[in-house]
Ligand binder design. Structure first.
Ligand SMILES: [Zn+2]
Length: 495
């Protein structure tokens, strides 16, 4: 939505927990979701005197991959710094982070803008470590769990390139997807594996100077991000309308009340006194390692969308998104597509019918099959062999089974992982296509329904539908409905 008086300027800081075996600087297990408190801790991540941190190579590889996927420059030389502050969940009294030499910088990500694609510039991505977690018991006792302390965190900072909540959510969703494709973070917002901080300011339309920036935290879903931004735009617009001054502060989003509330103002903000981490050597990354990691980067969502459209003729935007969002499901579909090609050769179906068959397969995959699986979108390989699904598609295409039968067969395939030909045989489901067989059934129905024939002759069109119903029932739904209609019409003409 376009704001009439003010330009909205938004930048983001996003933290993502890096997916590694061990923590950032020790060999403790990286499992921030461990339910027994203080299980994965050791003297290093507890900051005991005399211990020395060691850099986790896997974490650095993850951040380099993320940087490359986001078109960043990867630093040859990088180093770690201490960010000093006191908080009960921070055992060392400082966090190891990166101040002036981040691992990745100057990248960008293309997102869906208002009308056209938009480039969001990425200022930097740096490596740091997570803090522990506090739990409060009836406001009387506070407890601390250090399982998360020292877990590798990737912090991404964007330029203030966003102008709406939609753009921010599009960016965050695409980033989450990329992290998952790269397998560098699970990036679940609900689990705190991905945390978004919004920096938002308003300025009068056309003004050069930026307005006062407000930082919003505690956003644990895309919905909260959207709501918080809309709330802040409303709140700040109203203040500016009334001639009030915006205070530079940090605000938290209140999920229940759906408002942002002040947490601390600038005067209380921290002076971190960064200085180079004396216990860690500077890190030289080098061309070789970067190009090795570049080679490991899989196809990313943006290329996948384009390829699905070109290779399979899928033009429906929602279908493409469904495949882009669910990597395993898309892989299953592509296996089915390959098998369809084999079946087409086997059945001597012309190559130019491929997209037609793909369309049938996509329809049954994205609606019926997911429906059978209670809406869960998964890799269906273990449920239905891709070859069987391809055969099923070919049977529908050839008209060997009606859409009604297809639903019965698909359920059976899903429940028993059997091939459709066997199910058709076992259940006697093959469509009745033979014209003399169809004529016999129609004759039988006409013989039994003299009154309906009379009604039809007298112009009651509903009688035709009634007769078709009788024909379907007598054939147990197996008759080819189009052919049955044709035969019935002919026979009625001649009575
Ligand atoms: Zn440890």
């Amino acid at each position: 939505m376009e704001n009439e008086k003010y330009d909205v300027v938004i930048g983001l800081e996003i933290h993502m927990e890096s997916k590694t075996k061990s923590k950032m600087f020790c060999s403790c297990l990286n499992n921030p979701n461990e339910s027994v408190p203080n299980t994965n801790i050791c003297p290093i991540c507890m900051g005991h005197p005399g211990t020395l941190p060691v850099i986790n190579k896997e974490a650095i590889d993850n951040i380099i991959k993320l940087g490359l996927a986001l078109n960043c420059k990867i630093a040859d030389y990088t180093k770690f710094d201490r960010k000093n502050y006191f908080y009960p969940d921070l055992p060392k009294g400082y966090q190891i982070s990166q101040f002036d030499y981040p691992i990745a910088r100057d990248g960008y990500l293309e997102i869906k803008g208002e009308n056209v694609p938009k480039l969001i510039r990425i200022n930097r991505i740096h490596q740091e470590e997570d803090a522990g977690r506090l739990a409060h018991d009836n406001d009387k006792t506070s407890m601390v769990d250090f399982n998360r302390a020292g877990v590798p965190l990737m912090e991404l900072v964007t330029e203030p390139d966003f102008t709406s909540a939609d753009e921010v959510v599009n960016f965050a969703k695409e980033l989450q997807l990329i992290a998952r494709y790269l397998d560098v973070s699970d990036a679940n917002m609900e689990k705190g594996e991905m945390r978004i901080e919004v920096n938002l300011s308003l300025k009068r339309k056309g003004d050069k100077k930026l307005g006062t920036k407000v930082e919003v935290k505690n956003l644990n879903s895309f919905k909260s991000v959207e709501k918080a931004i809309l709330f802040e735009i409303g709140r700040q617009s109203k203040m500016l309308d009334n001639g009030e001054k915006i205070i530079q502060e940090t605000r938290g989003f209140h999920d229940v009340k759906q408002v942002t509330l002040s947490q601390r103002s600038k005067e209380e903000s921290h002076e971190y006194r960064y200085f180079p981490e004396p216990d860690l050597p500077p890190l030289e990354i080098g061309e070789e390692r970067t190009s090795e990691l570049k080679a490991e980067i899989p196809e990313l969502p943006s290329s996948k969308r384009l390829r699905l459209e070109a290779e399979y003729g899928i033009s429906d935007y929602k279908t493409i998104e469904m495949f882009a969002d669910n990597k395993d499901f898309a892989e299953y579909f592509e296996k089915v597509a390959t098998e369809i090609l084999n079946w087409m050769q086997h059945e001597r179906i012309e190559q130019n019918k491929y997209f037609e068959l793909i369309k049938i397969a996509v329809n049954y995959l994205t609606s019926d099959l997911i429906g059978l699986n209670n809406g869960q979108i998964i890799d269906f390989s273990s449920k239905i062999d891709p070859e069987n699904f391809a055969e099923f598609t070919v049977l529908i295409y050839k008209g060997d089974i009606s859409s009604k039968m297809a639903k019965i067969i698909l359920k059976e395939m899903y429940d028993l992982n059997k091939d459709p030909t066997h199910i058709i045989k076992d259940k006697g489901l093959k469509q009745i296509d033979d014209i003399s067989e169809i004529e016999n059934i129609v004759d039988e129905v006409l013989k039994r329904n003299g009154v309906a024939i009379q009604d039809y002759k007298n112009g009651k069109t509903a009688s035709f539908q009634f007769l078709i119903g009788q024909i379907m029932a007598l054939s147990k739904g197996k008759i080819n409905p189009d052919k049955a209609k044709e035969v019935l019409l002919q026979k009625l003409e001649n009575i």
